[in-house]
Design a protein around this ligand. Structure first.
Ligand code: NAD
Ligand code: TYD
Length: 377
């Protein structure tokens, strides 16, 4: 008999696989059910090291499958949901917004309604239950690019907000910042966040929403900036920089996000929102230079060897200028802080991709999608 039974959706994806691994390893007394449709972004090879654990179960399911999810909740007596499954890439949302509305909005609503019906049918009702929705800072829209002249990294390694204020002033996304999404991706995530809060306000469901900045680290699908560029450098392929490369993103190591999710799931207050970020802003072109320098060094290339691969291309439509999270509330209330300085995180990440070329080659060749069929035939 397990102490808790938690469904983690999107557990075969990038962040989800880190959350599943953390929960399966740290809480043998919990049953962890990984629910994932295995779209192009889902890869069970991300969880090879824990797939045989007794407290782990994988279920291939679409979050839009209301009947299937209702039956799963009853079968597993689920008391917690950590919802990460989503379509997550902005460029894809620009080409195919319907898929984003379906999965991110209708899928979230379907999970909420199934959880509501199941939990309300129990004698204890919502007591001891939690619907935790993982969202993004992109729902807040974009900030101005206002870095003062002459201030360059390493302010990016600032561990404290005061150092950050020196560089950027007081212009951040905070929990109370008005939603103002610009891309079909962020519009769909904003919509799902509103539905989650509506289930608290209307039915009294215990919910938490967190909005995190850009993640990086092992197991990220190589359509996103950092793994794409590491792989392209390895193959001597062009590095497509959108626009002038001046857009600013706030980067967090994925394991620090997973630790925050663990902490908030257990200690966060229901109906609250927490912003998650490490006060770590970088212009794209600066981060690209750091990645190039690190990959070249680890591959034994001369310094600057791969700089010539930088290729400026047409800008992304509606490209948000700057994201920056103020995570003071999380740091103050729950004592969370990022464990890694950015340079360490990038070094760890580049090493991981170079040491796991087989993972990358299987992903880029499409072979990873046969893993499920082989494992579960
Ligand atoms: P990802 O694209 O790597 O993984 C998404 C996972 O969801 C995949 O395993 C995929 O198979 C699964 N999935 C997609 N559609 C599904 C469906 N209809 N039914 C069931 N499963 C489905 O995404 P990620 O980068 O790990 O992001 C996870 C969550 O965190 C998302 O909700 C995203 O919005 C949020 N987030 C991501 C970042 C980031 O930088 N990556 C930052 C903040 C928040
Ligand atoms: P991405 O990793 O797609 O994350 P997001 O769009 O959610 O922030 O992109 C990070 C930044 O890098 C973003 O400003 C777009 C830019 N970018 C490029 O310049 N070239 C690329 O090939 C990609 C994928 C992204």
């Amino acid at each position: 008999m397990y102490k808790r039974s938690i469904v983690i959706t999107g557990g075969a994806g990038f962040i989800g696989s880190h959350v599943v691994r953390l929960f399966v390893n740290k809480y043998p007394e919990y049953r962890i059910i990984n629910l994932d449709k295995l779209t192009y972004a889902g890869n069970l090879a991300n969880l090879k090291d824990i797939e045989d654990r007794p407290n782990y179960r994988f279920v291939r399911m679409d979050v839009c499958d209301f009947e299937g999810f209702s039956a799963l909740m009853r079968e597993e007596h689920a008391d917690g949901i950590i919802h990460l499954a989503a379509e997550s890439h902005v460029d894809r949302s620009i080409k195919d917004p319907f898929t984003f509305a379906r999965t991110n909005v209708m899928g979230t609503l379907s999970l909420l309604q199934a959880a509501k019906i199941y939990w309300e049918s129990l004698p204890e009702g919502y007591e001891g239950k939690m619907f935790y929705h993982i969202s993004t800072d992109e729902v807040y829209g974009a900030l101005q690019m206002n870095r003062p002249e002459g201030i360059e990294p390493p302010f990016s390694t600032a561990a404290s907000s005061s150092e950050h204020h020196l560089a950027y002033g007081d212009d951040f996304f905070r929990e109370e910042t008005r939603y103002n999404p610009h891309s079909p991706y962020s519009a769909s995530k904003a919509s799902s966040d509103h539905f989650v809060r509506a289930y608290h306000d209307t039915y009294g469901m215990p919910v938490i929403v967190t909005n995190c900045s850009n993640n990086y680290g092992p197991y990220q699908f190589p359509e996103k900036l950092i793994p794409l560029f590491i792989n392209n450098i390895r193959h001597g392929k062009p590095l497509p920089v959108y626009g002038k490369g001046e857009n600013v993103r706030d980067w967090l190591f994925v394991e620090d996000h997973a630790r925050a999710i663990d902490l908030i799931f257990h200690k966060g207050r229901a109906a609250e929102t927490y912003n998650i970020g490490g006060f770590n802003e970088w212009k794209n072109i600066d981060i690209i230079r750091v990645v190039i320098r690190t990959v070249d060094r680890l591959l034994g290339n001369s310094e600057g060897h791969s700089l010539g691969l930088i290729t400026y291309v047409a800008d992304r439509l509606g490209h948000d200028a700057r994201y920056a999270i103020d995570s003071t509330k999380l740091q103050r209330e729950l004592g969370w802080e990022p464990s890694l300085q950015f340079e360490e995180g990038i070094e760890k990440t580049v090493r991981w991709y170079l040491d796991n070329q087989e993972w990358m080659d299987k992903v880029t060749s499409g072979e990873y999608q046969r893993y499920y069929e082989e494992m579960y035939k």
